[in-house]
Design a protein around this ligand. Structure first.
Ligand code: PAF
Length: 294
């Protein structure tokens, strides 16, 4: 199997995409920060489904602009060789792995994307500036790759929601596709951060997904029943320090006071397990029979 073409400059990337564009192929982008795992591989498969024989581009860039003070940018895992192997296995055509100078020539940008009010809730409350950094680099990647389709994991649901909003509000013309969260056999959502959990914390971490599944299983009885079921799971476990547990509409807005049966909703959770902050979320339907699981 031949591996993907590796581009580290804008010019190399443009040259690699030129033929595909000339032939009228659609281009898919999977933006990542590397340390690739099965969750990322599933995004690459969704990208391939979307563009068929068109090129799938995976970007690997640890974006300094989305790290706050005390969030250890230097310790973020950088595993390019292993990442290239994952991309090769998934038949990715191009890996774009630029340096910081290549993405931010002349230093960090003076003009950045304002992510708006949705960025001030949930993750944005504890990570000020994070989504400004995410949207700015994603906008740059959209500009450099000019994809027709970009695939993001539902695992980072607030990020996915904001990128969708940016593409629509700024008329970027990119079809932003959400790919389902991949889970371990016991429900834990796949995440690069799981590697920081010791065995005891790894066990405690399953509380997050158990709480979400419990909520989903009770959602037919209404919002309160769903939240109570999730809280009961959290109370029954140790070593999980809850940050938030919220039920929202699918766009992360408030649910109406009276929720009509059949309303689509999203439940989101964040908690610290040991020193590792984990997030997870799930779709559910209020007041309607749920597809049961776990
Ligand atoms: O989800 C990530 O890995 C990053 O936030 C992204 C979208 C690649 C932007 O740096």
């Amino acid at each position: 199997m031949t591996g993907p073409h590796l581009a580290s400059t804008r010019e190399e990337l443009a040259a690699l995409l030129q033929d595909a564009r000339a032939q009228g192929h659609e281009v898919a982008l999977v933006p990542t920060m590397g340390a690739l795992h099965e969750g990322h591989a599933s995004l690459m498969r969704v990208a391939r489904e979307k563009v068929g024989t068109g090129p799938v581009v995976v970007s690997i860039f640890v974006n300094p602009l989305q790290f706050g003070e005390g969030e250890d940018l230097d310790r973020y895992p950088r595993t390019l060789d292993a990442d290239l192997a994952v991309c090769a296995d998934e038949g990715v055509d191009i890996v774009f792995a630029p340096s910081v100078d290549e993405v931010y020539p002349g230093g960090l940008p003076q003009v950045a994307v304002d992510p708006g009010p949705v960025a001030e809730t949930l993750e944005g409350r504890t990570r000020p500036g994070h989504f400004r950094g995410v949207l700015t680099v994603v906008a740059k990647l959209f500009g450099l790759v000019r994809p027709d389709v970009a695939v993001f994991g539902e695992k980072d649901y607030q990020q996915l929601t904001l990128v969708r909003r940016m593409s629509a509000d700024l008329c970027q013309g990119v079809d932003v596709v959400g790919a389902p969260t991949q889970r371990e056999h016991d429900g834990l959502a796949l995440s690069s951060r799981n590697r920081y959990l010791d065995p005891e914390e790894r066990l405690a971490a399953t509380t997050l997904s158990r709480a979400l599944f419990a909520a989903r299983n009770e959602a037919s009885y209404g919002v309160d029943a769903a939240l109570d079921a999730a809280r009961a799971e959290l109370r029954a476990s140790q070593g999980v320090d809850l940050d938030y547990l919220v039920l929202t509409d699918p766009g992360l807005g408030d649910l109406p006071e009276e929720v009509p049966p059949g309303t689509e909703a999203r439940i989101l959770i964040a908690a610290r397990v040991g020193t590792t902050r984990l997030i997870d979320n799930m779709a559910l339907t209020i007041g309607a029979a749920q597809e049961t699981n776990h």
